[in-house]
Design a protein around this ligand. Structure first.
Ligand code: B1M
Length: 210
């Protein structure tokens, strides 16, 4: 598939071009999730260039700044309250991982689909997930993980939830760039999500809510 102009501009770290395109798309009534998809693909290009050592950590940090400014242009369009509560969702980025953009988008889209989201933040120790389950009694627990080195954290968190006797009380969804069915099985989760809408659909399916 040919990347959109917006995707290419983010890949090229063209701050002004990205902001102008996002504003134009918002003004023309584009769906925020479609714009986000283009931005996410731009971040994938940045990631690939980083891996190829065409970009370095400073470029990775700059891409994060562009992404932050671009998504700020959405205002609260992704956060509108749907009015009815479908269920409670405890969400966090696992221990050792500080990537939060994907998690934040998942949180916003869950909220706008009726979930009460308890966001534990990033680099969340397994015990904090356990404490949050005891306190908030969620139907679903979600872990975001962008680093393959943190698959162990996902697994350790699921194990801590089981050791606390809470595994059969919650459904567990994992997600983030490198997370696939194999990672999901390795962690012992119930499902994995590839994007924010997918996380919502999986959560509803696991709760058997249509
Ligand atoms: Co990092 N980083 N990074 N980074 N970074 C990646 C993840 C990487 C793939 C880049 C690469 O090399 N290609 C690579 C990981 C490689 C691997 O594990 N195999 C990597 C690395 C190596 C690192 C460091 C180790 C670099 C270093 O220090 N040498 C370091 C680690 C720090 C740490 O966490 N301990 C690091 C640091 C950073 C920054 C701080 C500079 C910055 C993060 C800023 C921030 O989040 N506040 C950063 C960035 C920006 C990236 C890339 C370029 C972009 C990530 C992003 O924000 N994407 C990334 C490249 C890539 O993604 N391929 C990369 C946009 C976001 C909307 O998408 O997060 O995928 P994403 O979320 C999506 C879906 O994945 C899904 O829905 C979201 C919305 O659609 N999703 C879920 C996410 N969570 C979900 C949960 C669900 C369901 C769906 O259910 C619960």
């Amino acid at each position: 598939m040919v990347p959109s102009e917006l995707t290419v501009k983010l890949g090229d770290l063209d701050l002004e071009g990205v902001l102008a395109d996002v504003q134009r798309l918002i003004d023309s009534g584009a769906a925020p999730l479609d714009v986000l998809r283009d931005l996410q693909e731009g971040m994938l290009i940045v990631g690939r260039r980083f891996e190829a050592e065409d970009y370095f950590l400073s470029e990775l940090i700059y891409s994060a700044e562009i992404f932050k400014q671009a998504t700020a242009l959405f205002g609260d369009t992704l956060q509108k309250d749907s009015g009815n509560t479908v269920g409670t969702f405890v969400l966090g980025t696992v221990a050792g991982d500080i990537h939060d953009f994907g998690k934040d988008i998942v949180a916003m889209v869950l909220s706008s689909n009726g979930f009460k989201v308890i966001d534990l933040g990033v680099n969340v120790p397994a015990d904090d997930f356990v404490k949050a389950i005891r306190e908030h009694q969620p139907e679903v627990v979600g872990m975001s993980c962008l680093l393959t080195t943190c698959f162990e954290s996902m697994k350790a968190t699921v194990e801590a939830i089981a050791a606390a006797g809470l595994r059969d009380k919650v459904k567990i969804i994992v997600g983030g760039g490198p997370v696939d069915q194999m990672a999901c099985d390795y962690a012992g989760a119930d499902a994995y999500g590839t994007d924010a809408q997918n996380a919502v659909d999986s959560a509803k399916a696991l709760m058997a809510v249509s």
